[in-house]
Design a protein. Structure first.
Length: 176
């Protein structure tokens, strides 16, 4: 039994020591790519504007709803049909319009999300894919078994050999 355990430990230690491992700083790579940072900032800025618009519209809608419902002393968790039964015909129509307006606001928010996703897919994702392919090609060419993204590992690493950093080589390869 001891022989099997010893053999297994030797095998796994050989396996781990025989691996060629490197790492990259993705932030540095992305910073070196023209348009990457500006594209991300543009999408982020547009997204913030959309969020601000939706939030403002939703607040206006809630104000209209509260104004409409105020005379009816609506209780928490009260059923909408019960509220409608106490409302005048005009207020019931106004409530229906507000409900439709809420659906339109939700639809507008979904459309904004779709616009942002489309922008991301056309302006940012191809650049990320280019980096991924470049790292993969470099690793295969140089017989590297594993390439880590240091930003994801750095809190858990006490020491790392700076000679294993291939960030500059990836940047050079992407620049070509």
């Amino acid at each position: 039994m001891k022989t099997k355990i010893t053999f297994a430990l030797l095998f796994f230690s050989y396996f781990f020591y025989s691996q060629n491992v490197s790492y990259v700083h993705l932030d540095s790579i992305f910073s070196a790519i023209p348009n990457y940072k500006s594209n991300v900032m543009k999408i982020d800025s547009i997204g913030k504007e959309y969020q601000k618009e939706i939030k403002s519209t939703k607040e206006q809608w809630e104000s209209k709803l509260n104004t409409l419902l105020k005379p009816y002393n609506v209780k928490e968790n009260e059923d909408i049909n019960l509220i409608k039964s106490r409302m005048s015909a005009i207020d019931t129509s106004k409530l229906s319009i507000l409900i439709d307006e809420d659906k339109l606001i939700s639809k507008r928010a979904q459309n904004y999300d779709l616009v942002l996703k489309t922008m991301y897919d056309s302006d940012v994702k191809p650049l990320i894919n280019k980096v991924t392919i470049c790292i993969e090609q470099y690793a295969k060419l140089n017989k590297i078994d594993i390439v880590y993204v240091i930003e994801q590992l750095s809190p858990a690493i006490a020491y790392i050999d700076k000679r294993k950093n291939i960030t500059k080589k990836i940047i050079e390869k992407i620049a070509k």
